[in-house]
Write a protein that binds this ligand. Structure first.
Ligand SMILES: Nc1nc2c(ncn2[C@@H]2O[C@H](COP(=O)(O)OP(=O)(O)OP(=O)(O)O)[C@@H](O)[C@H]2O)c(=O)[nH]1
Ligand SMILES: [Mg+2]
Length: 565
């Protein structure tokens, strides 16, 4: 098994299994509640929204035991890369205690997993109610039962982006909490965040996600119900129409769903204002650094080190700045931007900023939640794009990074000037034959696929089509945002800007052994000089333009124009 998992060299080694447990949902998970959940006793604070957390912590001192469901992808090499990433994501969900992770990542056993028919690949349209076809859902249930007989499964991780209704239905059928890709990444963010700003941003992401998960579903008796297990709707005393002059005709009260939404909206506002304060402090620190930091007569340039998660950004930043930043094989080991200084071969002092890693299928809301942190990237004078040269899906990694940079507002010129660094060249690629993928557990076979194709029109789940159609009118729309649930967590289409097509990096390095780092420092020096020249010539041009703009008496054309206006 391990031989087939190429990422395993960086991440997983099969050994004893920790006794994981989890049960609950985002704000009260072991990874977020202790650090982020608002205290009920705080003045003016309402208690944390009920039913808004993702995981179920039975034992907060241990990490969860996830069962991974991976939709099949082609070609096999790509599937393997995605499966490796999903396994690493599942094993990355662990909170740091006393500044370090208690378990060794390499000691963790691979999570149980299964590869299933991919509804997107087959019909380009997953089922609205359960995402997967009926046969696949049943088969996963059987597999889960078999797994449960060996060891308790705390939650199912589906490596896809699910809608709230799909998630809720799968939870009911499998009788387990279900985490989709976005949910798991948010949990990891909450578990790994250290600084105040990162914690606030991670909580904001969790809050927005849990808000999009609030849905009403039809219970077994046909009534509209709310809550994971369909508990009856509760109506709060607060009148909907209160203060709007509509009297009692305007609404009998606030439903449970509206109450949850209001609490989340209130909390969101408070978080945004706290993030604003933290950002202000960071900006003033940055301005002070720029003022004081440069050597005589030189401005202090900032270089942002960006890239896909686990590419080796922190290892490279540490090597270039001769410091010891936190590096770890867990995905999203770094969430807080860290600045370290380095002296270039020309003697120029610069600041290197290690940043949060990117990942594919990242919804825009996650990027937005981290906008404040990512400002460091937008503001930087130069970008270093670290690419893991051993990744089988290197092109996907490159375009994901380009896309996110584009999304957060990095200028096209800066993207063109970005240095692409291919890292980990010390790693000797083992010849991995595609046939090895047969080690992966495939769940479904041709028969099942055929059955599902014939059966796909049948609605067998707890949510009917009409209900889904009505969502937009009724309960998916919130009071403050006129967007539907599906729009809320949609993975955006790829942008217009694609990475350069040539497969040649600017430089190849090994952050671990130090190969190529000297050359990289020279390249940074050159690029910054080029930037300085550009700025200088731009300033001279602007000055000349200003000087050549002499006063002249108004011409007849100008006067006519003035009269027309
Ligand atoms: N073989 C090899 N491993 C490397 C190299 N650079 C980094 N690594 C390993 O790759 C893993 C991830 O490194 P990090 O520096 O934490 O990666 P990162 O990009 O900062 O990751 P995140 O902060 O999680 O996004 C660690 O186990 C490193 O030891 C390299 O040049 N060669
Ligand atoms: Mg890092």
């Amino acid at each position: 098994m391990l031989k087939t998992l190429s990422l395993a060299r960086n991440s997983l080694r099969s050994k004893g299994k920790s006794s994981y447990s989890l049960t609950s949902r985002v704000l009260s998970s072991p990874f977020s509640s202790k650090r982020h959940a608002p205290k009920a006793s705080e003045e003016g604070e309402e208690p944390a929204p009920k039913d808004s957390v993702l995981l179920y912590p039975k034992d907060p001192s241990s990490t969860p035991n996830l069962f991974l469901v991976q939709p099949r992808l082609a070609p096999p090499k790509f599937l393997q890369a995605k499966l490796n990433e999903a396994l690493c994501l599942a094993n990355s969900l662990e909170e740091q205690r006393y500044g370090y992770f208690e378990s060794d990542f390499f000691d963790k056993e691979l999570p149980s997993h299964v590869v299933v028919q991919n509804p997107v690949a087959r019909s380009s349209k997953p089922r609205v109610d359960t995402y997967f076809g009926a046969g696949t859902v049943d088969n996963i249930k059987c597999h889960l039962n078999a797994e449960e007989s060996k060891e308790e499964v705390d939650a199912v991780f589906v490596n896809a982006v699910l809608s709230a209704i799909q998630q809720r239905n799968l939870e009911r059928i499998w009788e387990k909490p279900v985490l989709d890709r976005v949910g798991l990444i948010i949990e990891i963010f909450n578990a790994h965040a250290h600084t105040k700003e990162a914690k606030l941003q991670a909580e904001l992401a969790a809050l927005m996600y849990s808000r999009s998960r609030l849905v009403r579903v039809r219970g077994t008796d046909g009534r509209q119900t709310f809550g994971q297990f369909g508990e009856a709707e509760v109506v709060s005393a607060r009148g909907r129409a209160a203060g709007k002059g509509a009297g009692f005709i305007g609404g009998a009260g606030e439903t449970e769903l509206q109450l949850q939404r209001r609490r989340i909206s209130d909390r969101k506002l408070r978080l945004l204002s706290q993030i604003k304060d933290a950002r202000r402090t960071r900006l003033s620190h940055r301005a002070a650094r720029k003022r004081r930091g440069g050597l005589e007569g030189q401005s202090l340039a900032t270089i942002a080190v960006v890239g896909y998660t686990n590419a080796g950004k922190s290892t490279l930043t540490s090597a270039l700045t001769k410091t010891a930043l936190y590096c770890n094989e867990r995905l999203f080991a770094t969430l807080d931007p860290t600045l370290k200084s380095a002296i270039l071969p020309s003697g120029r002092k610069v600041l290197l900023s290690d940043t949060v890693g990117f990942i594919s299928d990242l919804p825009i809301q996650l990027v937005e939640a981290f906008q404040s942190t990512l400002e460091e990237v937008v503001e930087a004078d130069l970008l270093l794009h670290v690419v893991d040269s051993t990744a089988p899906n290197i092109e996907e990694h490159r375009s994901t990074v380009f896309h996110v940079l584009n999304q957060i507002g990095v200028s096209e010129e800066k993207l063109k000037n970005m240095i692409e660094v291919w890292n980990k060249i010390d790693y000797e690629e083992e010849e991995e034959e595609e046939e090895e993928v047969e080690d992966i557990h495939y769940l479904d076979d041709g028969k099942e696929e055929e059955a599902e194709l014939n059966d796909s029109s049948k609605a067998e789940a707890t949510v009917d089509e009409e209900q889904i159609q009505n969502q937009d009118d009724d309960w998916i729309l919130s009071d403050d945002e006129n967007v539907s649930d599906t729009e809320l967590w949609k993975v955006p289409e790829f942008g217009k800007l694609d990475p350069p097509q040539n497969n040649e990096p600017h430089i190849r390095v090994s952050a671990l052994t130090g190969v190529g780092l000297k050359e990289l420092m020279h390249l940074i020096d050159e690029r910054l000089k080029g930037e300085d020249e550009k700025v200088k010539s731009q300033t001279i041009l602007e000055r000349n333009e200003l000087q050549s703009r002499k006063w002249r008496p108004p011409r007849k054309d100008d006067e006519d124009l003035a009269v027309e206006q």
